[in-house]
Design a binder for this molecule. Structure first.
Ligand SMILES: *Cc1c(COP(=O)(O)O)cnc(C)c1O
Length: 361
């Protein structure tokens, strides 16, 4: 079958996700395992959200609302945008795939930071894109170099803001400068999966950029702060023209009914998520102090994960952590051989991470 499959897909290294907790327990015979590998929210949904989920479960014999009507109305109101400027997706990953599918022809170019979120590259390679990787500069996007990399074949520029795995963010004034003079027929894909965690005052007001830049899409997700990673729901905000293009290739029932109900319930739980944001901020400070004590270097993050230089083989360190029941992300496959990435867990989980890291190093 290999000879008849699309040639482009053999350039792709399959994505290796963080191992599920149950798998590690099963394989290593461990009773207690914690996962700090996929930037999930460590807390379960609130009782109100759980109630919305069980209510929606009673109607799963029906197809979901393909238009996400109630969620669309509530979110449009919250974001102060036209409801038709929204598109919903099976996790925001799906919008990355849809964007590449809609815009990239074989031989076109896309611009991606290196390292960055791996799905940008996978989605683009499926369509036969030529990838222009622009190295980070001191763990941040080198916007000047990214702009210089534009050619007449450039179709998409992917910007993770905040970026994963670096945890750094783009500033309003730098983004305005970047967009000034950039060709308006290049899709600027603004991935804001960690938007809800950012407190910094000079963070890009991406929705404010949409009016003047019809070529920009902003994507967000219910997987990270909102804790619905297992239900798969994200969304994009863009001009009506751009949304119309993406809707043409959207699978009609791409967002399941339980995810829609849970996401809607999340929007009414502001206080609950404010509480979680505070816990994450406090735990981030605890981890910074603990890494300092262990003599580890790290990049300050505006998200719920931290990139750490363990100053030894990251493969080995993550294997040893795994044996002790702590799943972290080994950054070797991103080409960062001395780095691991850890998600900020509960206080108990973070204490265990620090204890085990201390034993290993
Ligand atoms: C987690 C993540 C996403 C998307 O997650 P979904 O669960 O598909 O919504 C997108 N971009 C980045 C940078 C992420 O880290």
């Amino acid at each position: 079958m290999k000879s008849v499959a699309k040639k482009t897909i053999f350039n792709i290294k399959p994505y290796i996700p963080g191992k599920p907790i149950a798998e590690v327990k099963r394989e290593l015979g461990l009773k207690e395992v914690i996962k700090l590998a996929s930037n999930e929210n460590p807390y379960p949904p609130s009782p109100k959200i759980l109630k919305a989920i069980s209510k929606a479960a009673k109607e799963v014999n029906r197809y979901p609302d393909g238009d996400c009507f109630y969620l669309r109305s509530a979110l449009a109101k919250r974001l102060k945008v036209n409801p038709r400027q929204l598109i919903f997706s099976n996790g925001s990953d799906e919008l990355i795939i849809m964007a590449a599918r809609a815009f990239v022809d074989k031989g076109d170019e896309v611009i991606i930071a290196k390292p960055s979120f791996l799905i940008y590259e996978i989605a683009s390679k499926i369509e036969g894109a030529k990838i222009k990787n622009i190295p980070l500069k001191d763990f941040s996007y080198d916007l000047d170099a990214m702009k210089k990399a534009v050619t007449k074949r450039t179709k998409i520029i992917f910007l993770g803001n905040p970026d994963n795995p670096s945890g750094t963010y783009l500033k309003q004034k730098d983004m305005e400068k970047f967009l000034r003079g950039l060709r308006k027929d290049i899709l600027v894909f603004f991935d804001e999966a960690y938007h809800e965690y950012v407190d910094e005052g000079d963070y890009v007001d991406s929705l404010g950029l949409l009016q003047a830049n019809k070529n920009v899409i902003v994507t967000r997700t219910f997987s990270k702060m909102y804790g619905l990673a297992g239900l798969r729901i994200g969304y994009g905000i863009a001009s009506l023209e751009l949304i119309d293009i993406l809707n043409r290739i959207r699978e009609p029932f791409n967002v399941n009914s339980i995810a829609q109900a849970a996401a809607l319930a999340c929007l009414n739980e502001k206080a609950y998520f404010r509480g979680i944001a505070k816990k994450v901020r406090d735990q981030r400070e605890f981890l910074y102090k603990s890494f300092d004590k262990l003599g580890l270097e790290f990049k300050k993050s505006c998200t719920n994960f931290i990139l750490i230089n363990v100053k030894s083989d990251a493969n080995l360190v993550s294997q040893e952590l795994l044996k002790k029941g702590v799943i972290v992300r080994n950054m070797s496959s991103w080409g960062m051989k001395d780095f691991i990435r850890v998600s900020i867990g509960t206080q108990k989980e973070n204490r265990k991470l620090i204890k085990v890291l201390g034993e290993i190093l």
